[in-house]
Design a protein around this ligand. Sequence first.
Ligand code: TRP
Length: 448
Amino acid sequence: MSTRVLTGITTTGTPHLGNYAGAIRPAIQASTQAGIDAFYFMADYHALIKCDDPARVARSRLELAATWLAAGLDPERVTFYRQSDIPEIPELCWLLTCVTAKGLMNRAHAYKASVDQNNAKGVDPDDGVTMGLFSYPILMAADILMFNANKVPVGRDQVQHLEMARDIAQRFNNLYGRDYFVLPEVVIEEDVATLPGLDGRKMSKSYNNTIPLFEGGSAAMRTAVMRIVTDSRQPGEPKDAESSHLYTLYRAFATPAESAAFRAQLETGLGWGDAKQALLDRLERDLAPMRERYNELIARPDRIEDILQAGAQKARKLATPLMQELREAVGLRKLAGAPGTGKSTAKKAGKAARFVSFRDSDGAFRFRLLGADGRELLLSRGFDNPKEAGARMQRLQGAAQDCLQPEGLAYLAVLDGELLAQGPEAADAAQRDALLEQARQALASLAG
Ligand code: TRP
């Protein structure tokens, strides 16, 4: 069985060295491994949250697509697409929005940071905050859940978004009684480089300290490298490689042996000017051939467009049927054939009663017994681990129907003196008895 790996990059700027070494290069590397089914995309809906300059969004999509391809992404092997070419993503985003607690979004770091800044400035806490920014994590959850990704490699700043995606997926699964979504796992690659920028802070367009990857050619790269901040030691004086960003940048592109040699040179007095030249030479060795491909690609946007359209088609082969299923699940169904019209649509959801297990928001493992119509008939107590929950579920499945007994307006499932689960609170005794009867029948059908 293969592992589906999915990640996206927001299209708001020109790709820089940090994007390449920190995200694009490791992603392409991963995509060549056996057993990996990679989905890489351009998060251009997300770009609209941060950027209202149409020309910049348009240009960034082109540059980023050309960069992925020039860097060696194989669109035959990887499902490579633009978020905005998959209409199912915003559609799913809405379904998820409707099950996401506002309180969960209140806790998102990006939103909280804006509020904190506003409070510090003494302006309205939500000043300048759009609903796009507020709901950003839900759109990201839709990106991920749409394709049932198992692993999502991201930077540290995105970890919370992944937790939210899991949360939202679980909530949807619980509400609609089936595991429609796989719970994605975050992957933080420890040995992947976070590159320092010109000033030593993390390389980022928001700090304006980036080294461009392909745009502007080798001249632009040289100009940037020459601006890397160093200490004031003169040629001939030993340098401390470990504390030098220049060395960190070099290491991100060199083999261990090359890095060791460079380090020794620095420690024995290599001048900073020569060191910068050595870094440039090393970068050029990897990047010059890619830059050539990049320039060819950028000159033929129609070809890139074809590749992306083919990628979208591949992605939608999965998105369209899942979305269809999800529409069914929430009740957005064809009127003909709906329950009450004489013809049942219950197909995959199953006409049979069933148990479903899940992890609750409090971290406990629980299960439900659902009737054939999807109605909740029992909700278990919380267990510490899935095994315990599973064992109880199994015992209940084989148990006699009289393990269910009325209690007030609800009913309880008790086995060997242990309270395992209880039924929903009914409006009156008659309704309770009807539910209890349904629950007993459900158990009987499962025992058989
Ligand atoms: N939010 C991510 C970032 O800024 C980009 C992104 C959007 C993403 N959707 C995603 C990453 C889905 C991984 C999976 O880096």
